[in-house]
Design a protein around this ligand. Structure first.
Ligand SMILES: Cc1cc2nc3c(=O)[nH]c(=O)nc-3n(C[C@H](O)[C@H](O)[C@H](O)COP(=O)(O)O)c2cc1C
Length: 197
């Protein structure tokens, strides 16, 4: 158990990678770990779309970059700042040896209370899978980071993958060998985050 806790506490979001490829067996073990996550009704409402090829990554980010800029501008950011943010993201993503787009498959509409709850449960389930994916990456001595960018331009990711309307991109995960020690962000102490009676 000691090793497990060591792994949990050493995990940090990794945003820069060296060029070493991710061994296929590690990648599949990580995805198996994610696929073993708990899910509401055991529905496993996720889909992992893995991109390794350079050309595919570039094609994706041509479209995603434009959509991201226009979304940032819609929320009030000046164009040059939005473009700078998008270019920076693109650089991060292209430099990662593996990208994993995590989709949640929705089978309920949000028109009534039941649908709204079921949709949330499916997203929570996908988030549980992502958390297991990140821990498995740490176990495999790989770096990874969860990016929420696809939330802002879901159609770009949907169109790129050819997955249908029912699939909502939840996250973009970068994966590879870390180029250095990731920054250790401070965590609030547990005592501030719990109550016990
Ligand atoms: C839902 C979610 C969305 C995130 N989106 C981003 C993102 O878009 N860009 C980024 O650099 N990090 C993103 N992160 C990573 C967080 O910034 C990171 O987990 C947090 O700062 C704590 O650092 P740690 O992971 O090293 O413990 C995201 C994390 C989560 C859970």
């Amino acid at each position: 158990m000691d090793d497990f806790y060591k792994m949990v506490f050493s995990r940090r979001s990794c945003r820069s990678f060296n060029e070493s490829p991710v061994p296929e067996e590690k990648l599949f073990r990580i995805l198996e770990a994610a696929n073993a996550a708990p899910s509401a009704h055991n529905a496993q409402p996720w889909h992992f779309y893995v991109i390794i090829g350079e050309k595919s990554k570039r094609t994706l980010f041509e479209g995603a970059g434009k959509a991201y800029v226009s979304d940032l501008m819609d929320s009030g950011m000046p164009e040059d700042e939005a473009q700078k943010r998008a270019d920076e993201s693109k650089r991060f993503f292209l430099a990662a040896p593996v990208l994993i787009i995590v989709f949640v498959e929705h089978i309920y509409g949000a028109r009534d209370k039941r649908g709204t709850i079921e949709r949330a449960l499916r997203e929570e389930s996908a988030a549980a899978a992502i958390a297991q994916l990140l821990l498995a990456a740490e176990y495999e001595e790989l770096g990874a980071c969860w990016y929420c960018m696809p939330r802002y331009c879901p159609n770009v990711f949907r169109d790129f993958t050819g997955l249908g309307e029912a699939y909502e991109p939840m996250a973009l995960i970068t994966l590879g060998y870390s180029a250095g020690e990731p920054k250790r962000r401070e965590k609030s102490p547990l005592s501030e985050k719990m109550s016990v009676i």
